[in-house]
Design a binder for this molecule. Structure first.
Ligand code: DGL
Length: 264
């Protein structure tokens, strides 16, 4: 094993959403160790004012890099990366960041009706970054941005086994479904990493079938391209860790992280 084997891949989100990305990273990078960091003390990111959130992400990342010395960091959060991705790269130029952005380009390539929705946090829908993606890659489509103030929280509850009412979820996703000139939305981009946990519920409640795009696999492929594969693999020696910025995970969070093979 080379020295790099000792360096973990850091995966970061405001909460549990990045676990949807970690799942795919582990498939493509089975020889790597991961440190999963949830800024649960700052959750939800979707409703933060931009300057404050940017400053927070940069400041906590300085601590994470010092403490965990990762080989690369995966920002498994659209809300954080669309706001602070460029600032993180500027603040830590020696470090490699792999980002998460709304999958608008693949949606525009795949849609047949030309009607696409992007379901995201209120933060992500108002980002200049998101508008630029639409202008650069989807100008031939109609893209509706649907900001949900509550879905990330609902996903946190749902994944912990709490009951989430169907009508509350349906109310959050209904704006994604629209018709124009006899055509209907055929793609919904899941532009918050929390949402794939609820994809089955979304499918069941959708007024008509659509493709739900989850970017996790594409992010993992990008990470694999940037992180060299090690031939000497000892999966049994892997201990992946979870770190919560609150420092105080409750019972259901501990159980969830352990269920993902993460020790706290
Ligand atoms: N998982 C995050 C994302 O991809 C956001 C959740 C939140 O903190 O509001 O945007």
């Amino acid at each position: 094993m080379t020295n790099n084997a000792a360096k973990p891949v850091l995966v970061f989100d405001s909460g549990i959403g990045g676990l949807t990305v970690l799942r795919e990273l582990r498939v493509l990078m089975p020889e790597r160790n991961f440190v999963y960091i949830a800024d649960d003390a700052g959750f939800p990111y979707g409703n933060w004012a931009e300057p404050e959130l940017r400053a927070r992400v940069i400041s906590i990342f300085g601590d994470f890099l010092r403490e965990h010395q990762p080989e690369v960091s995966v920002i498994a959060c659209n809300t954080a990366f669309t706001l602070a991705g460029a600032d993180l790269r500027a603040a830590f130029p020696e470090h490699t960041f792999i980002g998460t952005v709304p999958a608008i380009k693949p949606a525009a390539e795949r849609t047949r009706s030309g009607l696409v929705s992007v379901l995201a946090t209120p933060g992500t829908v108002k980002r200049a970054y998101t508008r630029d993606l639409i202008q650069s890659f989807a100008s031939q489509c109609h893209v509706r941005l649907v900001g949900s103030a509550d879905l990330a929280r609902m996903a946190e509850a749902y994944i912990r086994g709490d009951k989430v009412a169907d009508d509350a979820v349906a109310a959050e996703i209904e704006q994604c479904f629209y018709e124009q000139d006899g055509k209907k939305t055929d793609i919904v981009v899941l532009a918050c990493t929390h949402y794939p946990f609820m994809a089955n519920v979304f499918r069941r409640l959708a007024p008509w079938p659509v493709d739900w795009i989850d970017p996790a696999e594409a992010i993992a492929r990008q990470a694999r391209r940037l992180v060299p594969a090690l031939d000497d693999v000892h999966p049994e020696s892997h201990v992946d860790r979870a770190v919560l910025t609150s420092g105080n995970p409750d019972f259901s969070t501990r159980r969830l992280m352990q269920g993902f093979g993460l020790s706290l």
